[in-house]
Design a protein around this ligand. Structure first.
Ligand SMILES: Cc1cc2nc3c(=O)[nH]c(=O)nc-3n(C[C@H](O)[C@H](O)[C@H](O)COP(=O)(O)O)c2cc1C
Length: 145
């Protein structure tokens, strides 16, 4: 299956999680494009049946430009697409970017493959163990396809 892993990142942590997830999906035999928001456009989503979306949490949500890109892509793509939303955030945050993205895409008619996922950042670094959690998420997504 063709899969788009698309992410935003400021300090590189969400990029790292995205790359690990993309690597696992590729290793499972899928055709994966792993792209950063700043060099992507709505055309990258077209015709791709599964979108894996990774976002840092900024003020409780995805950064504005990324959110706009996702909203427009969902509007253009129609409802026949699956997605997984994940974010990076501080510990003990009840809600983050993935929760809002998840709700927005469900509202647009897209099908979530699973509940929103998150990874914890401590200071400016990922908490220990998050790399393996990302690899596991990649394997879990692959097992659902
Ligand atoms: C402007 C700004 C706002 C942030 N707001 C939140 C927030 O509301 N909740 C939270 O859990 N983390 C917040 N953070 C921390 C980010 O979640 C963290 O920097 C991010 O996960 C790092 O991802 P990155 O390395 O991919 O940029 C904020 C960070 C920045 C720079």
């Amino acid at each position: 299956m063709h899969i788009l892993v698309i992410y935003d990142t400021k300090y590189g942590n969400t990029e790292r999680m995205s790359q690990l997830i993309a690597d696992e999906l590729s290793a499972s035999g899928h055709e994966v494009s792993c792209r950063r928001q700043s060099v992507s456009g709505e055309e990258d989503f077209v015709g791709v049946p599964l979108w894996v979306i990774g976002s840092p949490t900024h003020w409780g949500r995805a950064p504005f430009r990324f959110n706009t890109l996702l909203r427009n892509a969902a509007k253009d793509a129609g409802s026949d697409h699956d997605f997984v939303a994940f974010d990076t955030r501080y510990e003990n945050m009840h809600s983050g970017a993935a929760d809002k993205t998840h709700r927005m895409l469900v509202k647009a008619g897209m099908r979530p493959l699973m509940a929103p996922q998150h990874f914890v950042v401590e200071g400016s670094e990922l908490r220990q163990g998050e790399d393996e959690k990302a690899r596991q998420l990649g394997r879990t997504i692959a097992s659902l396809l």
